[in-house]
Design a protein around this ligand. Structure first.
Ligand SMILES: Cc1cc2nc3c(=O)[nH]c(=O)nc-3n(C[C@H](O)[C@H](O)[C@H](O)COP(=O)(O)O)c2cc1C
Length: 236
């Protein structure tokens, strides 16, 4: 939301079934825009209070995100706490997000009242993903305890907590040149919030290596369909 482009919202809503917003106070005008162009509109939230505001502003559903999540983290509560609180105040569908990596966890959240689960980090290691292979190798080696919630990768987007591999902060801190990596025409400074795609060239391990607690369950590169089959294997 801090960088939202209305034309992009319109274009997305005309072509995609769902348009979801994240990281800003729920905005009725943006939600109207998405719905007017034919999409189901949602908001990823970090608290029950924000979930209520999103539904009042016109959202069809919300995603409740816990602090275990990889990437930008909106709230301060664990997924179990934010999900329970959100389900108490919202009757619309609630997607659970943050640190979900195993079939048992998926089954548990769905039986606790979530309508769906969101998987982020595990798909970074999918064969179809455009993440840089060195980033994926780091995810395969890392455990949840190797992640940290920080504002470090805040160049151009300050005061926005995010969960990354701690090793990325160490590598960026000891990096002493102005450009950490290049992606196409873009020259990225150290601590830019951009994660390494396969097109990135430079100090890949000093870039924003986003990872959630779910990194515990990243063990190898595998097709997305295989990840989904595994994660749904405990469902009735
Ligand atoms: C590499 C990466 C990039 C992400 N980028 C976005 C994004 O652009 N927009 C967004 O709404 N959420 C983004 N997220 C957060 C996800 O929506 C979700 O909350 C998170 O991945 C769930 O936790 P998990 O990674 O443990 O599965 C990103 C997460 C990761 C790991």
């Amino acid at each position: 939301v801090p960088f939202v482009d209305r034309e992009a919202v319109e274009a997305a809503a005309a072509q995609a079934d769902v348009v979801e917003f994240f990281y800003g106070d729920p905005d009725a005008e943006l939600i109207r825009l998405a719905k007017r162009h034919g999409a189901v509109a949602g908001w990823q939230v970090g608290s029950a209070h924000e979930a209520e505001a999103a539904i009042e502003a016109g959202c069809d559903y919300v995603a409740a995100q816990g602090v275990e999540a990889g990437g930008h983290v909106r709230g301060t509560q664990s997924l179990d706490d934010v999900l329970e609180a959100t389900l108490r105040v919202v009757t619309a569908a609630v997607v659970a997000a943050g640190g979900i990596g195993s079939p048992d966890r998926v089954a548990q959240l769905l039986s606790n009242g979530a309508s769906a689960v969101r998987i982020g980090t595990r798909f970074v290691a999918a064969t179809e993903s455009n993440a840089h292979l060195e980033y994926i190798d780091m995810l395969i080696q890392a455990r949840a305890a190797d992640t940290t919630l920080t504002e470090a990768f805040g160049v151009g987007w300050p005061n926005a907590p995010h969960r990354v591999l701690r090793s990325a902060i160490d590598a960026a801190t000891s990096f002493d040149r102005d450009v950490v990596a290049v992606i196409g025409e873009r020259q990225l400074p150290p601590f830019a919030p951009v994660p390494p795609t396969r097109q990135a060239e430079g100090a890949i391990l000093a870039m924003a290596l986003y990872a959630g607690f779910s990194v515990d369950h990243v063990t190898h590169r595998q097709p997305a369909a295989e990840i989904i089959n595994e994660l749904t294997s405990s469902l009735p």
